[in-house]
Design a binder for this molecule. Structure first.
Ligand SMILES: Nc1nc2c(ncn2[C@@H]2O[C@H](COP(=O)(O)OP(=O)(O)OP(=O)(O)O)[C@@H](O)[C@H]2O)c(=O)[nH]1
Ligand SMILES: [Mg+2]
Length: 233
């Protein structure tokens, strides 16, 4: 973890089910809104719509910078343990608004592998603010991702517990499971965040909790097996 004059710098990547409508259903799981609320001075003052369906020219602009991730900028938080500067990245999947296929990015790996990347780089990438900024970057505050590089300290994995058309919870849980396994390999901490709790289906939250309780046992077993190869049988 790096430090600056004001305390520790913590780089956090926000991940969760992403892709075309076929994969993520009728709406995103809430990664962008979570990031936006966190970086804004007041949590309820944020943009509600952050489309991932964008043109080729917006994808190539300096905010997206041909990446499948967004740099949301930094925010300072102070609590009894000290002062922290959080830098926030969202790993998503931008889809071409002409072909409805994912844009080709600088990292062609499938989402679950790419999202668990601990070292990110993107020369002169600008902080994302809102969809309207794309194409008219000069009209908005222009802040670069520091040094065009970022080493991730930890992850937040979003799981949407509301009812969304064309996205069965079981599919999202399978995805969450794959992502948990991939994140565990990074040896960095990650937490799972239930999103859209204001409109949640309580049964979905319970299913997520019991799924994670089982997944935790599996992950612990997996790390036990790796460190004790003689005792895996
Ligand atoms: N009611 C409610 N709606 C939410 C919440 N968070 C997000 N939404 C809505 O869900 C939709 C998708 O949210 P995003 O934050 O763009 O989702 P995302 O995971 O970033 O989507 P992609 O990046 O496209 O994969 C938007 O229409 C939001 O307004 C929430 O906490 N409550
Ligand atoms: Mg998003």
């Amino acid at each position: 973890m790096a430090k600056n004059r004001e305390g520790k710098i913590v780089n956090v990547t926000v991940v969760g089910l992403s892709g075309t409508e076929r994969e993520k259903g009728a709406a995103g799981v809430g990664k962008s809104c979570l990031c936006n609320r966190f970086v804004r001075p007041r949590a309820d003052d944020f943009y509600e719509t952050h489309t991932s369906l964008i043109s080729q020219s917006d994808f190539g602009g300096r905010v997206i910078n041909n990446d499948q991730f967004l740099y949301w900028g930094e925010v300072r938080r102070v609590d009894e343990s000290g002062s922290f500067t959080f830098r926030i990245v969202e790993q998503t999947e931008f889809v071409d608004d002409a072909t409805f296929q994912p844009h080709r990015s600088t990292n062609p790996q499938p989402y679950v592998k790419r999202a668990a990347t601990a070292k990110l780089s993107s020369a002169e990438k600008l902080m994302y603010i809102c969809t309207d900024q794309l194409g008219v970057e000069q009209d908005f505050e222009q802040l670069q991702m520091p040094d065009g590089k970022l080493t991730v300290d930890g992850f937040i994995l979003c799981c949407d517990v509301s009812l969304v058309a064309n996205r069965p919870l079981a599919d999202q849980l399978d995805f969450v499971g794959s992502l948990c396994r991939q994140l565990a390999k990074t040896k960095r901490p990650f937490v799972v965040a239930a999103t859209k709790c204001d409109i949640m289906v309580e049964q979905f939250l319970r299913e997520l909790q019991s799924y994670l309780a089982r997944a935790k046992v599996l992950l612990l077993n997996a790390s036990f097996d790796t460190s004790n190869p003689s005792r895996t049988s």
